[in-house]
Each structure stands twice: as C-alpha cells, then as structure tokens.
Design a protein around this ligand. Structure first.
Ligand code: ZN
Length: 364
C-alpha cells in the first residue's frame, strides 16, 4: 500500500513539474508581449525551466495574470492534447488546462480518503486530442459540497436522473458502513466482473451503457447526472448514492453486469432496495421504477428474465434517499451474454429498454 501511495505521489509530482514548466514557458511568451495562439504555445519546449520544489509558488503567482491576457483563444480550429491533471489540486488543474486554452467544469464529489481539493477524474482523458473550445470536466474531492451544479440549472418541472456506471478501473478495498450509522462494514467499491469470452471489463461496459442511456434520456428532456464519466475514479458506493441524493434525482439508476459460478446462468435482473429501515422511505417508489424498467428492458433486449429482486445489503441503496434501482444487464460469466453485451447494437437495445422504462416512471 505504501509503495502504491509513493508511486502515485511521484506521478503527481511529475505533473506538478510539467505544470510549472509550462507556466514558465507561458511567462516567457507573455513578457515578450507576443500574441501566440494555443498551437504555437504548445510547441514551446515544456522543459524550459523546472524550478526546484518550494520555489514553485512564486513562479506560478507571477505568471497567472499574464496567462489570461495571452491565451484568449478557445478556438474550435485548434487541436490541443489534454494534459493529465488527476491527482493535482483543482486550482492547479485549472491553471494547467487554462494554460493550453481549455475551459474547465468543476464537479465536486465527496472526498472519502482523498485529500480535499484533489482531482479524482477528468473527461476527456489525458492524451486525447480535442478542439480548443472543449470544456474539460474535473471530478474533485470536496467535503463541503457534493451537489453537482446541475441542481441550480434544473428548470421547473424538469426531471433529473442520476446514472451510476458500476465499479471503476481500480478497486478500493477500504470499507464503509453498510448504511448510515451502521457498524457493519462493506468494501468501498470493486473493479467488477470480466467477460469470460470477450475479456471486456464490467466498468467499461457499465460506462458505455450509461452514456447511451444518458443520450436517450437527454433527448427526451431529462437532466442527467453521472456519478462518473471516466474509469479512473475513486468513488465509493456510498458516495455514489450521495451524488444521487445531492443532485435531487427523481431516480437513481445503477448499471452493472452480473457473475455466476455456473456459466450457464444468463439473463437480466433488476434490483431494488427493500428490507431495512434505511430504505423504507424509498422502497415503494423504487419497486415501481424497477417493475417499469425491467419490463421495458425485457421487451427491447429479448434477454432471459431473472426477475425483480429486493435487496437489503447493498451500500449504494442504503445511503440513497431517492428512489433507486440497479440493473444487472447480463452475466459476463455466460459466453452468450458476454458476447451480446460487447455488441454495440445489443448495447443500444439495453439502453433503449432502460431509458424507456425510466421515462415511463418519470411520466407517472
Ligand atoms: Zn457489478
């Protein structure tokens, strides 16, 4: 564990060095009074100056204002390579992205064990080439507010749905309470299943499906909040429920795929919270949503019916205060389900079914 943390620290240090080297490059341009565009600036050697640790702050403060006057170009005609900012403080990340002309949208999330202010995920990811008018979404740890900005943007009568793509790239083996005030602990979040034939990962699949569902809901006027937009995040199951709560969602939809020791087992199931005092207030509405989504999902996918299942032991339900469901979209341990789920056309059917069920629930 200690070694992992050290490696991560080293990566962050590396990013900091690149950031301040870049800022130093900007300062040179600014002082020369030049009005170079973003693409030209990118060709500046980033290794111009790498100040020692401790000397950083002064350099950064000095150039911050100059940056604004030089880099006003946010052009769709310029291609920019997105720098890696995960692990940096949010203010540093904004400075770094600002230095290459990219705008930032902040997405606060509960911090868990992460340092307050540190960036947990970015979208688009590092290394991707984007146009200069792209806005980079940064998910960062914020103990004070985990409410995504969306709440203030929601129009009267507009519906909000929070979608949680299950799992993430790196599992977090730490534990968290089963529900608010519980002494029973459960793992924070796991990496999820892997396809027996295709080797697709559950976290990848869940994100792909979630984005498809999001697209369908948005085209029907629904405001959608995703708990994650990248696989490189560290968001526990309880935190995911808190994001749904804070976004004021009418429904919390969690997207997963299943596993079984028997490879013949296949099909879709829809889970809903039931059987403890935490979820009593949301049980009836969750069941209703589960029934509607499950019916539409079966109709559009033609998948084997594994039923609607009540669960009292799911952390991501027990922390939720808004109606919640979890859709198991198929078994990655079953060769046929696995292959079908890897097919974009079948993914569309799954997304169609879930979106239709959600819309039917929202209309009630
Ligand atoms: Zn799962």
């Amino acid at each position: 564990m200690a070694r992992k943390r050290l490696e991560r620290l080293e990566r962050v240090q590396g990013r900091r060095k690149r950031l301040y080297a870049l800022m130093a490059g900007v300062a040179v341009v600014a002082l020369a009074g030049a009005t170079f565009g973003v693409s030209l600036l990118l060709r500046q050697p980033a290794s111009a100056v790498v100040p020692e640790e401790g000397g950083y702050e002064a350099t950064a403060t000095l150039v911050a204002d100059e940056t604004m006057s030089v880099l006003t170009t946010r052009s769709p005609d310029v291609l920019v390579e997105v720098p890696s900012v995960v692990g940096l403080q949010i203010s540093e990340a904004e400075m770094m992205l600002g230095a290459v002309g990219l705008a930032v949208r902040r997405m606060p999330t509960p911090p868990g064990e992460e340092t307050s202010g540190s960036v947990l995920a970015q979208a688009p990811p590092a290394g991707e080439r984007v146009t200069g008018d792209t806005t980079i979404v940064l998910v960062y740890a914020d103990p004070a507010a985990c409410r995504p900005d969306v709440a203030s943007l929601v129009a009267d009568g507009e519906h909000v749905v929070c979608i949680d793509p299950g799992h993430q790239l790196v599992a977090n083996a730490g534990t968290e309470p089963l529900g608010p005030g519980s002494t029973e602990m459960k793992p924070k979040v796991s990496g999820g299943a892997v396809g027996v034939v295709t080797k697709q990962t559950e976290y990848d699949l869940a994100l792909a499906l979630s984005l498809k569902i999001k697209e369908r809901l948005e085209s029907n006027g629904v405001r959608v909040v995703l708990t994650r937009v990248s696989n490189s995040v560290n968001i526990t199951n309880a935190q995911r429920a808190l994001v749904a709560n804070e976004s004021g969602a009418d429904l919390f939809v969690r997207v997963h795929a299943d596993t079984h020791t028997n490879a013949d087992v296949r099909g879709v199931a829809t889970l809903y919270p039931s059987g403890n005092t935490w979820v009593a207030p949301i049980e009836a509405a969750s069941l209703k949503a589960a029934q509607m989504v499950h019916a539409e999902l079966l109709a559009s996918s033609g998948a084997t019916d594994r039923g609607i299942v009540k669960r009292a032991d799911i952390v991501g339900f027990n922390w939720a205060t808004v109606p919640s469901i979890l859709v198991e979209t198929g078994f990655l341990t079953n060769p046929m389900d696995d292959k079908a789920l890897a097919d974009p056309a079948y993914q569309d059917k799954i997304a169609d079914g879930i979106a239709r069920g959600v819309l039917a629930y929202l209309e009630e």
